[in-house]
Design a protein around this ligand. Structure first.
Ligand SMILES: NC(=O)C1=CN([C@@H]2O[C@H](COP(=O)(O)OP(=O)(O)OC[C@H]3O[C@@H](n4cnc5c(N)ncnc54)[C@H](O)[C@@H]3O)[C@@H](O)[C@H]2O)C=CC1
Ligand SMILES: O=C(O)[C@@H]1CCC=N1
Length: 271
């Protein structure tokens, strides 16, 4: 794993969490020695820092069958140019960078390197991630099976055409941030109505958790039916839902996701 920050770090945490059977040793790189020291505490993980060893990325990929690139999108091309000559022939390179298209990734790699693009999300850290994957140049069935296996060990995997990856970036890659924003705003609203911070926080978090678990536990009912069961005719929920629906939430979310996808397109163009 090259560039082990928030997202690659979450995947690594998921892969090495207690009870998950990580079959192969993992070499990871990061920029600072202090984060490399922290990462190397994980079982089966060897970490190297660029600030101590400028060759860390090149050394990490030597002999590796699978390389997951987790630096910021703008840094990916330079990183690939740096490691290109040291990659094993036929290695699988997975990029998790938002926006960056597989043709751009492949253009910075030698022929014969297999490319997969992935859009994971941070709940991978608990094994509860969602990762969308798509095949890039040279990605044969074996490469896709390997990508599937890695991300399946930290959550669910959805295989999609590349054109859908930006939408998944908006819906699931960025999705946890949208959920956290809703949690934050509900806590603030509880406080505005007089609850103390601790009570509001604990109650809202448990409400999200309980509500999500109910959707998971009863897929036949689905969220609309579960909402109906809470919303008594002429009761209290009806009033609060009416205020929320007044804000045209469906339209708001669609506009929000479109803005996210537009940024993916800018990143694809190198902006
Ligand atoms: N944060 C998220 O929830 C998600 C992020 N992504 C993608 O993951 C990638 C990383 O994002 P974050 O983890 O949020 O960023 P981050 O900044 O937390 O992590 C990047 C890491 O790369 C290290 N780094 C920088 N240059 C390096 C180099 N040349 N060699 C080795 N390490 C280097 C940094 O020290 C840092 O630890 C981005 O391309 C982003 O689009 C995709 C899905 C979700
Ligand atoms: O905000 C970003 O650009 C990255 C991609 C998806 C989540 N975080």
């Amino acid at each position: 794993m090259l560039g082990t920050g928030n997202m690659n770090g979450a995947i690594l945490a998921g892969l090495t969490r207690p009870g998950s059977a990580l079959a192969d040793p993992v070499r990871v790189t990061t920029r600072s020695q202090s984060s490399a020291d922290a990462l190397s505490q994980r079982p089966g993980v060897t970490a190297a820092a660029l600030e101590s060893n400028p060759d860390a990325n090149r050394e990490a990929v030597r002999g590796a069958g699978l390389v997951i690139v987790g630096v910021k999108p703008a840094m990916v091309p330079d990183l690939l140019d740096d490691i290109a000559a040291d990659l094993e022939p036929g290695a699988l390179v997975i990029s998790i960078a938002a926006g960056l298209e597989t043709k751009t990734i492949a253009a910075h790699l030698p022929a014969g390197i297999r490319v997969v693009r992935a859009m994971p999300n941070t709940p991978a850290t608990l094994g509860l991630g969602v990762t969308a994957i798509c095949a890039g140049p040279g990605a044969d069935a074996e490469a896709m099976a390997l990508a599937h296996e890695v991300f399946a060990s930290v959550g669910q995997v959805v295989e999609l055409p590349e054109a859908d990856i930006p939408t998944m970036g908006a819906l699931t890659g960025s999705g946890p941030a949208h959920v956290y924003l809703l949690i934050e705003r509900m806590i603030e609203a509880g406080q505005a109505l007089g609850l103390d911070a601790e009570t509001a926080t604990e109650s809202v978090v448990q409400t999200f958790r309980g509500a999500v678990e109910m959707v998971v536990a009863d897929p036949d009912a689905g969220p609309a039916e579960l909402r109906r069961r809470v919303t008594s005719p002429n009761g209290t929920t009806e009033r609060s839902i009416a205020v929320l629906e007044d804000a045209q939430l469906a339209d708001l979310f669609t506009r929000s996701l479109r803005a996210n996808v537009r940024r993916s397109e800018e990143l694809a163009a190198g902006a």
